[in-house]
Design a binder for this molecule. Structure first.
Ligand code: SF4
Length: 488
């Protein structure tokens, strides 16, 4: 498929709209005033016609053609990029028969937009109208985004000044899941590097502790992620967690999460070590309760193991447990997904996070028999089922984000029982608190809300390069001091 631009260069946004309908595709980009020679294309035109400006979109694909045109007065200040995006959205909806529910809101954080309008004093009705008319956002997605924003409002108002969260990366897993997009190494492959990695990780924790103390920053939340932190032994977990509590003032910490993740890494001694070292919240993630789907995605554990791990965690006194599931996994069906979500609700965890699988290749899509009626995935049905069941069982959405290449631009949503929302997840998604991150693959996010500044510092991705280039990486962290010096 070719995207042809004439009189404009709205490549980024237009490509984003096309990916709503044909995700994970690569588009040929051409700048030309003709579509001659192209078979399947979208032609995006902006042309000066004297007193007026002509905007026009023509799409030819799946054996169908659709087009839209409009004339704008020369002094009309409307956002032409947005208008062309909406025209393309209409053309592609006409051709494919699908109307992505977030409309032309292609960004990663749709709730941020709602929060922005709220902070500008708009009412719910006004925001609903803006999102529907300007962005073609459906009523259903607006409601989820608005409810999420409302839950967040209660929490963000409690954000302490000069606070930060600490992210600790343990980038190892027992095996690699087929859909994994994280930086993680199998424990077997990483066996040799793990001791050296943990030495350096503890060194970086101590360094960051001194930095935070020097800058007068108070630790608010701690999050251990990866990989799967429980891939390493109980002794290593204890050592890392002790290093955290010895390096920071923990007296103001409101939340401490460790992702226990996969059931095949969870043992009594690890959970005890985590609990004894101050963790208040864990994640135990089945992804699905269907064993054949677990096998298909390369997770070396069963639904029964997940249930045992969950029960063990409860028996050890963990009263804040999150469970992750994924809609759209290979070989999963809406019926089996519904059984998964019902099974989890019966367990009554405090949080359930529903992810949507992102599609790596266009070939992963289910093309319907008639090529022209296109590309639907069961994931959207699954996401709707999850929302309906969770809402009717007392859960509310509290954070929401999207990733690239999700069919129909679906989303990941963190659902929570009231009062059990994870602070860290909200702060990182809404980018309202500094995150100081340690370990391979981690990235620190420096936030200055008043000054409107946001800066990122990336650590080395792989454990080996992290260990080898550790000193240089610490040098890069001096940017944290510079950032806060400029804030003064
Ligand atoms: S458990 Fe998570 S991080 Fe580890 S391989 Fe699977 S998807 Fe990737």
């Amino acid at each position: 498929m070719t995207l042809i631009f004439c009189g404009n260069d709205y490549k980024y946004e237009i490509e984003g709209i096309m990916k709503l309908f044909i995700p994970a595709s690569r588009f040929k980009i051409v700048y030309s005033d003709t579509a001659a020679g192209e078979e399947e294309y979208a032609f995006i035109l902006e042309r000066d016609e004297g007193a007026e400006i002509l905007l026009s979109v023509k799409t030819v694909c799946f054996g169908k053609t659709a087009s839209r045109e409009m004339l704008l007065a020369r002094d009309d200040s409307s956002d032409r990029e947005l208008l062309l995006s909406k025209m393309l959205f209409e053309c592609m909806s006409e051709i494919t028969g699908i109307r992505p529910k977030w409309g032309v809101m292609t960004g990663v954080r749709p709730v941020k937009r709602v929060n922005k309008y709220l902070s500008e004093g708009y009412s719910k009705e006004e925001i609903r109208n803006i999102l529907s008319e300007d962005f073609y956002c459906s009523e259903e997605k607006f409601e989820i985004a608005y409810r999420t924003a409302m839950t967040q409002a209660d929490i963000t108002s409690t954000l302490p000044k000069y606070s930060f969260s600490l992210y600790v990366s343990i980038p190892f897993c027992p095996t690699r899941c087929s859909y994994c997009s994280f930086i993680s190494q199998t424990v077997d492959a990483g066996k040799k590097i793990i001791p050296a990695y943990i030495d350096k990780l503890c060194e970086e924790i101590r360094y960051t502790g001194k930095l935070a103390a020097k800058l007068g920053l108070r630790l608010d939340t701690v999050y251990f992620g990866g990989g799967t932190p429980t891939s390493v032994s109980a002794a290593y977990l204890s050592r890392i967690m002790r290093t955290v509590s010895e390096s920071f003032d923990m007296s103001a910490v409101r939340e401490y999460t460790v992702e226990a993740g996969r059931a095949d890494t969870i043992t009594r001694d690890k959970l005890e070590a985590i609990k004894q070292n101050g963790c208040s919240r864990i994640s135990v993630n089945p992804q699905t309760l269907n064993n054949s789907v677990l096998q298909a995605i390369g997770r070396r554990h069963t639904a029964e193991q997940f249930l045992e791990a969950f029960a063990l965690a409860r028996s050890l006194g963990f009263d804040e447990i999150n469970t992750d599931i994924i809609a759209g996994l290979p070989t999963d069906t809406p019926e089996s997904f519904e059984r998964t979500i019902s099974g989890l609700i019966d367990l009554s965890p405090e949080n359930i996070t529903v992810h949507t699988l992102s599609i790596k290749r266009a070939a992963d899509l289910n093309r319907s028999e008639e090529k022209s009626t296109v590309l639907r995935s069961a994931a959207s049905v699954m996401v709707d089922t999850a929302a309906q069941k969770l809402l009717s069982n007392g859960f509310a959405p509290y954070y929401l984000y999207r990733q690239k290449n999700m069919l129909e631009n679906l989303e990941n949503i963190g659902w929570s029982k009231p009062g059990h929302e994870s602070l860290y997840n909200i702060f990182i998604m809404e980018e309202i608190q500094t995150i100081l991150a340690v370990g391979a693959g981690a990235s620190s996010k420096l936030v200055d809300l008043e000054g409107g500044r946001l800066e990122r510092i990336f650590n080395y991705k792989l454990p080996l390069e992290y260990v080898r280039s550790f000193d240089y990486m610490l040098e890069k962290k001096k940017a944290v001091e510079r950032f806060y010096a400029e804030k003064e």
